[in-house]
Design a binder for this molecule. Structure first.
Ligand code: HEM
Length: 493
């Protein structure tokens, strides 16, 4: 067992049983260093969970405390497959949510529970079908043309904060694709939606302390969270209300995600009116709001963060940048200079570059699941009871020497078909896996390829005096935000 002096108890196989069973006996004083490090922002979550993983290199699972809650870190790829895929029916929920939790975001698909989640996911997934992707390709590609004019102005500057520019693109792209609206972030740097996206992922000391409050005095938390969210989401709420009014007539209906959510809500209303004992998912205005915010935020952060890191790595590795550009230019040439939906599939090296960026720079710390029916961990005699959380340490696995020798090196070759086949399954899971994996993986990859292809075929990126090497993760960021924003020099080809 490991103790780092502040009370965290971390244990391997033998201790895991007691630690996990120990829930009721745990005292607030033992909340521990894991919680302290996350709350006071002394270490990024990737490293906090990564340290536990590294301390037990030969164990399949490790018990640890997260504040007051005993959790189980699943290190073994086969167990990960069992939990995420084979035995998903025992782990249908990500985290447990109390019915009276006031934060509207808990009504989004990310947090929704069991059967309700299944109905909502079944419906929302149709928005990411192949035919919808083609429509979105056209919208994203058009939006990327406006990005080009913003980027060419920036070429005069010695250092460019690349993330800010991509955030403006990402705001407009998701506006067109999911909401059927122009959020105007590329033309107006003060766009309210842009600002919303930028503030959404900033985790302050206050928000971290709120998480303690949630554990300790849920009623207070609920009230504060309710008031906070009313303020924060008000602009979104009124924008959706307005769209709802505008789309009431048949001629102004659209074929986007927002319309799908409005239609689902109307169906649910009819069902609840008709069936007295209806106990399916209830989609009301708050559920529509929560899911549209989730989609906006996920798209905003993923495009801007992954692409910034990708351009940073390309700036530091000119030979990789050159090879990528050669691939993109030859594919564009074969298509009369145009970027087409089908040509994206031919960009094999771009795919490898994106995969390596997601491994090295953009891995999430953990994927969470909660046990929803008693489960015996295969090959062990450990029984997990209902409510037991488990955590899959994505970042630690993606940076484990065992699977990725010299993990700090940026090397897209790790993702050739042969090299992928040489690694055990479930050692690369940037989008999760199983029925609850990221709903928008294809959307996200398409968006990244469009941006990468357009930028790299027109611009060269270089490190500049303000480029921080290596990048240090902001210890309190929810995603992979660096302490100081990534700055690069960009030159038009
Ligand atoms: C590079 C980009 C992205 C990465 C790496 C990523 C990663 C993830 C991961 C790791 C999960 C949890 C999976 C699990 O628990 O097994 C997730 C869930 C989810 N993601 Fe993404 N994501 C990305 C982009 C997006 C985008 C663009 C959207 C929306 C347009 C999106 C929407 C969602 C939703 C709705 C869920 C919850 C799915 C569910 O609970 O059924 N993600 N994503």
């Amino acid at each position: 067992a490991v103790s780092d002096g502040l009370g965290t108890r971390v244990g391997a196989v033998d201790q895991a049983r007691e630690i996990v069973k120990d829930a009721e006996d745990s005292l607030p004083g033992e909340a521990g260093a894991l919680g302290n490090k996350l709350i006071f922002g002394t270490k990024h979550a990737c490293h906090v969970y990564g340290d536990i993983y590294k301390a037990f290199p030969n164990e399949q699972f490790v018990g640890f405390y997260e504040l007051l809650r005993p959790n189980l870190l699943i290190n073994d790829p086969q167990l990960i497959e069992s939990i995420l895929v084979k035995d998903f029916s025992h782990f249908t929920n990500r985290v447990h949510i109390n019915k009276d939790d006031a934060n509207p975001l808990f009504k989004s698909m990310f947090f929704m529970q069991s059967e309700h989640w299944k109905s909502l996911r079944g419906r929302m997934v149709t928005s990411f079908s192949a035919s919808k992707m083609k429509v979105m390709f056209t919208l994203m590609n058009k939006c990327a043309s406006s990005l080009d004019s913003v980027l060419s102005e920036k070429c005069q500057e010695d250092a460019v904060v690349i993330q800010n520019i991509i955030e403006r693109y990402a705001t407009d792209a998701i506006g067109y694709c999911a909401f059927g609206l122009n959020f105007n972030a590329l033309s107006e740097p003060e766009s309210e939606f842009l600002k919303f996206g930028q503030s959404f992922f900033k985790n302050s000391l206050i928000t971290s302390l709120m998480d303690i409050l949630r554990n300790v005095i849920p009623e207070t938390y609920n009230w504060i969270k309710f008031l906070e969210s009313r303020q924060k989401y008000v602009k979104f709420y009124y924008t959706l209300k307005q769209s709802d009014e505008l789309r009431k007539s048949e001629s102004s209906r659209r074929n986007d995600l927002l319309q799908l959510m409005f239609d689902f809500r109307d169906e649910c209303q009819l069902k609840t009116q008709k069936e007295k004992n209806y106990n399916g998912v209830i989609v009301d205005d708050v559920v529509v709001l929560a899911n549209m915010i989730l989609i906006f935020a996920a798209s905003f952060i993923s495009a801007s963060s992954v692409l910034s890191y990708c351009l940073y790595e390309l700036a530091l590795h000119p030979e990789i940048q050159r090879r990528l550009r050669d691939e993109v230019l030859s594919i564009l040439k074969a298509n009369n200079g145009e970027l087409t939906y089908d040509s994206l599939k031919q960009m094999k090296y771009a795919e490898m570059v994106i995969c390596e960026t997601l491994r090295k720079d953009n891995s999430i710390p953990i994927i969470r699941r909660t046990c929803t029916s008693p489960y015996k961990l295969p090959g062990t005699d450990l029984i997990l009871n209902i409510g037991q959380p488990v955590a899959i340490p994505v970042y630690a696995i993606h940076n484990d020497e065992k699977y990725y020798p010299n993990p700090d090196r940026f090397d897209p070759e790790r993702f050739t078909p042969e090299n992928i086949a040489s690694r055990p399954s479930y050692t690369y899971i940037p989008f999760g896996d199983g029925p609850r994996m990221c709903i928008a993986m294809r959307f996200a990859k398409m968006q990244l390829k469009i941006l990468l292809a357009r930028i790299i075929s027109n611009y060269e990126t270089y490190p500049c005096s303000k480029t921080e090497i290596p990048i240090k993760l902001h210890p309190r960021s929810m995603g992979s935000s660096p302490i100081n924003p990534i700055q690069l020099r960009i030159q038009k080809l």
